[in-house]
Design a protein around this ligand. Structure first.
Ligand code: FE2
Length: 191
């Protein structure tokens, strides 16, 4: 799931660029079929190899374009609970996408709206931002990604996490500037 996040966030980053776009889009066509297959059948080498490519392309793309609020939150959160980085990113991704997509629609940002639609096309075969969000939410359910509470994260830690996340480097390249209340919503949705 971290591989998926790392080819999604650079596509929307404020530092997005054609080189990273190409890597991310190529990787997303693979993640679209391989993520579930690799999870369901661990011996499916074709699916595992495809996900390795996704991971590699994401690693390059993020150095070129930066990330976004998922990583802005997962970084400090990783210092507060003992949980795998990928599990935290996976849990945060749907809420971050929902908040970002809502703001992009409000602002009527044509480029970012088009990018959400294209994400839907690449992942779900439907050119719509809503289809992209539903596909992501479905994977989080299918892969049984634990909620943040599972790792011992407590509701009264939210203000501390919001403050730390607002200062994180990846937050600065989130496609839309998030307010502390947006970040709090994301955490609440992921609890
Ligand atoms: Fe990551």
């Amino acid at each position: 799931m971290d591989a998926l996040v790392q080819v999604t966030e650079p596509l929307f980053s404020t530092r997005r660029n054609p080189f990273a776009d190409g890597l991310c889009r190529e990787a997303l066509t693979r993640a679209a079929w391989a993520l579930s297959a690799a999870f369901r059948e661990g011996t499916n080498l074709e699916a595992r190899e495809a996900m390795c490519t996704v991971s590699l392309f994401g690693g390059i793309a993020l150095t070129q374009a930066g990330l976004g609020a998922v990583h802005g939150l997962a970084g400090p959160l990783g210092g507060m609970v003992e949980a795998p980085h990928g599990a935290l990113c996976a849990r945060l991704l749907p809420a971050v996408c929902r908040v970002n997509f809502g703001r992009v629609l409000q602002q009527r940002d044509e480029d970012l709206m088009g990018r959400f639609s294209r994400l839907g096309e690449l992942l779900a075969g439907v050119r719509s931002g809503e289809a992209a969000l539903e596909w992501i939410e479905e994977r989080v359910r299918e892969l049984e990604i634990p909620r943040l509470r599972t790792w011992g994260f407590r509701e009264d830690w939210i203000p501390d996490l919001v403050e730390r996340a607002m200062r994180a480097g990846s937050m600065k390249t989130n496609p839309v500037p998030l307010r502390p209340e947006d970040v709090e919503t994301i955490i609440q949705e992921s609890l």
